[in-house]
Design a protein around this ligand. Structure first.
Ligand code: PAJ
Length: 265
């Protein structure tokens, strides 16, 4: 497995066809591994990017605390058959004078976009840059970040980016909590209360299946866990899929999750 750190080296090392890309911010867990495996199975060359993208973090957010462990990540990538890791520096991605941003409008509004202004502009810009640098035939995104996946689908469609976006189902811990790099920031008590998030979404999905209001059902479960702060519980339609989505705060850590109510990935 090769590791490259500059755009020029990436361009020189990555073949022009048959490439699958898995964009990540590192701290790789079994959710990322599911994406790597899906991509490994479908592409001749597998590229993973590891870049904690500063432009998608707001001023008071956890950019500084975001978990980083490159040595471990490289072992995980190697074990999953990654051919090349692109791990650029912040200056390499955003050199002095950088001033061009990708703004996806409607999909970026509400939900995460309401709670995190400028977040999706940072995500969209980083993803388009990665697509231009790596030039993958396919790129893989998790359902876990459903609004992000929809935003990338929209950006690719609107700007005619020649990449196929593939979505992968959410990987969960045994007790149902969706795997997330941010779970590492939870205390053991916060980890225990966080379970209410997937429980609430499952309850909402069951309610929906029996013709009841999924949002009210999910909210009732979250309201029973007063130490969780609820940012939102909403439904949204993305590209023919209907999701029930929620964001909560456990201590200082913000967690998001969603389930599919209608449609498939
Ligand atoms: P990151 O949070 O590292 O996630 C990288 C990819 O892994 C995303 O597509 C995300 O949806 C997926 N993922 C995370 N947890 C998952 C889980 N439990 N099951 C399945 N997939 C999961 O998302 C980002 O990084 C960044 O915003 C990025 C797209 C790299 C742009 O900077």
């Amino acid at each position: 497995m090769k590791v490259v750190r500059t755009v020029d080296d990436a361009r020189a090392a990555i073949p022009s066809a048959g490439v699958g890309l898995v964009p990540t911010m590192g701290a790789l867990h079994a959710g990322h591994v599911a994406l790597l495996r899906a991509a490994r199975a479908e592409n001749e060359t597998l590229v993973a990017s590891i870049f904690v993208n500063p432009t998608q973090f707001g001023p008071g957010e956890d950019y500084g605390e975001y978990p980083r462990d490159e040595e471990r990540d490289l072992h995980v990538a190697e074990a999953e058959g990654v051919d090349l890791v692109f791990a650029p520096s912040v200056d390499g991605m955003y050199p002095d004078g950088f001033q061009t941003w990708v703004e996806v409008e409607q999909v970026a509004r509400g939900l995460e976009g309401a709670a995190r202004p400028e977040h999706f502009r940072g995500v969209a810009t980083a993803c388009l840059k990665l697509f231009n640098i790596v030039r993958p035939a396919r790129a893989y995104f998790g359902q876990k970040d459903a609004q992000q996946a929809a935003l990338v689908e929209q950006l690719v469609r609107d700007l005619n980016v020649p990449v196929e976006i593939r979505l992968v189902s959410t990987v969960r811990d045994e007790d149902g909590l969706a795997l997330s790099s941010r779970n590492a920031l939870l205390s053991s008590e916060e980890r225990a209360t966080a379970i209410a998030l997937p429980r609430a979404l499952s309850r909402g999905k069951l309610a929906f299946a029996s013709g009841e209001d999924p949002i009210a059902a999910a909210r009732a479960v979250l309201d029973a866990e007063p130490s969780l702060g609820v940012d939102y519980v909403e439904t949204a339609r993305f590209n023919g899929r209907v999701h029930l989505l929620a964001a909560v705060r456990a201590g200082r850590t913000r967690l998001i999750d969603n389930v599919l109510l209608e449609g498939s990935l």
